[in-house]
Design a binder for this molecule. Structure first.
Ligand code: PMV
Length: 338
């Protein structure tokens, strides 16, 4: 039987300056700071129910997009539930159901929205069950960071900077500007909706093997300064240029790791060239960024969303497009998934 349950919807985010590499894999302290926009239409809705301890030793049940999980997604979720159980001193198993509004595990940061929603729902369920000492959102974000670094950025709406920090208490994300500050858009061009071969969780551990990682970490501070100022000034040119540069540098690190990681496919590279041509030859103000997957995030002004979506939808290797503006902070919901 369920003791208590709660539901949260949390939004994914796209980083303009990327987090790549960890200096402490237990606490998930990143090698560098990062800066992102929370996405309005890419979200995970998660219900967590804490159950009575079963004398037969029933384990946690994890259902994602209607499918009961048994492999690595189950393990990562259970590890995170263990973190929450330890923090809260509860012994109970949980049932977790989550639904994504976009393809999971395809470099669209489902781990960010997923672990953010899981943490908020798990803590809220304990509050609904009568616990008074549940951690505040700031503390919840630190817990979620340990499951997926980028999840700590999803605790805020709008434009968010995660300072690398030096320990658990200082590696935190803060809002740079709210969702209403600037209707910047991210049109995601889905080129491959399948799961990627190497998770970013594993990729972070390889970053230090690249001879380029040290140089990238050195440059990131100036990328962050440029991106932060561009957001404050609503300057797409400056934000777009630094986003492309930072993404390219991150992929150079990935490609030069041992073993090398190649997340881009032929379609990603062809579309990158096309986006530059649209900008440089036709004057359409579009820029790309790309995470640990082949799908491109195309940054543009609100006024160009129709034109950009139209062009991307007609591009041969694009399977789907997802249009996002700046999204909100996590929200509690009254409609549980079970
Ligand atoms: O939070 P993780 O472990 O899923 O890593 C995210 C890594 C990138 O998406 C490539 C970059 C970022 O800052 O979101």
């Amino acid at each position: 039987m369920y003791r208590c349950k709660a539901t949260c919807r949390a939004h994914a985010n796209i980083a303009f300056v990327k987090y790549w590499g960890v200096v402490d894999s237990n606490l998930n302290l990143p090698a560098n700071g990062s800066l992102s926009m929370t996405l309005s239409h890419a979200h995970s809705t998660t219900t967590v129910a804490w159950m009575d301890v079963d004398p037969t030793g029933e384990a946690d049940i994890v259902v994602i997009d209607g499918k009961e999980q048994s492999g690595s997604a189950h393990r990562r979720t259970v590890s995170h539930l263990d973190r929450i159980r330890t923090a809260m001193g509860v012994p109970w198993p949980a049932r977790v159901e989550s639904r994504n509004s976009f393809p999971a595990s395809a470099g669209i940061a489902s781990s960010a929205s997923g672990f953010c929603a899981l943490t908020v729902a798990a803590c809220q369920a304990l509050a609904a069950g009568g616990r008074r000492d549940i951690p505040d959102r700031r503390h919840q974000a630190r817990l979620a960071r340990r499951a997926s670094g980028s999840a700590c950025r999803s605790f805020q709406g709008g434009f968010v900077e995660w300072s690398a920090g030096g320990d658990d208490a200082t590696s935190v994300a803060c809002q740079v500007a709210g969702p209403d500050h600037w209707p910047l858009h991210d049109v995601v061009a889905v080129l491959d909706a399948g799961p990627k071969s190497v998770s970013s969780h594993d990729g972070h551990r390889l970053a230090a093997t690249s001879p380029l990682q040290e140089e990238r970490v050195r440059q990131v501070q100036s990328h962050l300064n440029t991106a932060r100022s561009a957001i404050r000034a609503r300057d797409l040119k400056s934000l777009g240029e630094i986003s492309e540069r930072d993404a390219m540098l991150m992929h150079a690190v990935m490609m030069s790791s041992e073993p090398p990681l190649l997340f881009l496919n032929e379609g990603s590279v062809a579309l990158m060239r096309q986006i530059r041509d649209w900008r440089l030859q036709e004057g359409l103000e579009v820029y790309f960024t790309v995470d640990a997957g082949p799908n491109l995030h195309v940054l543009c002004n609100e006024a160009d969303v129709g034109e950009v979506s139209h062009r991307l939808a007609r591009w041969p290797s694009v399977q789907d497009i997802l249009v996002n503006g700046p999204g909100p902070a996590p929200e509690l919901r009254n409609s549980p998934l079970f």
